[in-house]
Write a protein that binds this ligand. Structure first.
Ligand SMILES: [Zn+2]
Length: 234
């Protein structure tokens, strides 16, 4: 099945949403969808849609007792929606049906469709001149800061488990580094997002699966992404 057919399935699913869930015509946002294809089935199926390009600052994300979704970028919302979908589906099914459901999922391929290049490394690219259609030496600025050592220590532990990485502001546009979500450069540190960039999350999903950890990982195994489709600008 072609990538165009898969992207069309995502766009058609968006077209079926009620107007209140769509982006107003005078606004702009990022659209993403997780689409599944199955051998023998002619049409791809959109499992989830996410729309958004905002992130909550760390000062707001860490409110005890409040259930706040810190990362509202479209790709992260799609990953979250799929995990909710899987959990709800499994809760409705009896043990025997679980096996059928999981066997069906194992036959499927999963494709992430995004309307723009994901933030982080994927947004670091040569800028093409509209006059000559040639790539220039200019590079698109990702705006996604490198993951600070202090956060690496917090997330990966210290001592023997500590990950040693080299950081230098001159490397800020170098690809292959872990990054946080981009944000306004004038924000104080506590108001900046501590969520990983979408590029880094997609790398995690591609290698470890987008089903997440915990119960779903042990029940479902690994559901990796088969492809990431970036839609062309119109
Ligand atoms: Zn993003």
């Amino acid at each position: 099945m072609s990538h165009l057919e898969i992207a069309n399935a995502a766009v058609e699913a968006y077209g079926c949403l009620p107007k209140r869930l769509k982006v107003p015509e005078d606004a702009w946002s990022v659209f993403s969808s997780l689409v599944c294809t199955k051998p023998g089935e002619r049409y791809p199926k959109a499992l989830a849609i996410g729309i958004g390009n905002r992130c909550v600052g760390n000062d707001q994300a860490d409110k005890g007792g409040l259930d706040i979704v810190a990362d509202c970028h479209a790709e992260a919302l799609v990953g979250r929606a799929c995990r909710v979908l899987f959990l709800r589906s499994l809760r409705k099914l009896c043990c025997h049906q679980h096996e059928i459901f999981l066997a069906t999922l194992a036959e499927c391929s999963f494709h992430l469709v995004v309307s723009d290049s994901p933030c982080g490394d994927s947004s670091i690219r040569g800028i093409v001149s509209s006059d000559t259609s040639q790539a220039t030496h200019a590079t698109n600025w990702s705006g996604a800061p490198l993951l600070p050592i202090s956060l690496l220590d917090e997330r990966c532990g210290s001592g023997n488990n500590k990950i040693s990485m080299h950081y230098d502001s001159r490397d800020s546009q170098v690809i292959g580094c872990c990054r946080l979500k981009p944000g306004r450069s004038d924000l104080p540190p506590d108001k900046r997002s501590h969520s990983l960039s979408c590029s880094d999350k997609i790398v995690l999903w591609s290698s470890l699966g987008f089903q997440g950890g915990g119960v779903l990982a042990s029940l479902m195994g690994k559901l990796p992404l088969h492809s990431v489709i970036i839609m062309a600008d119109h």
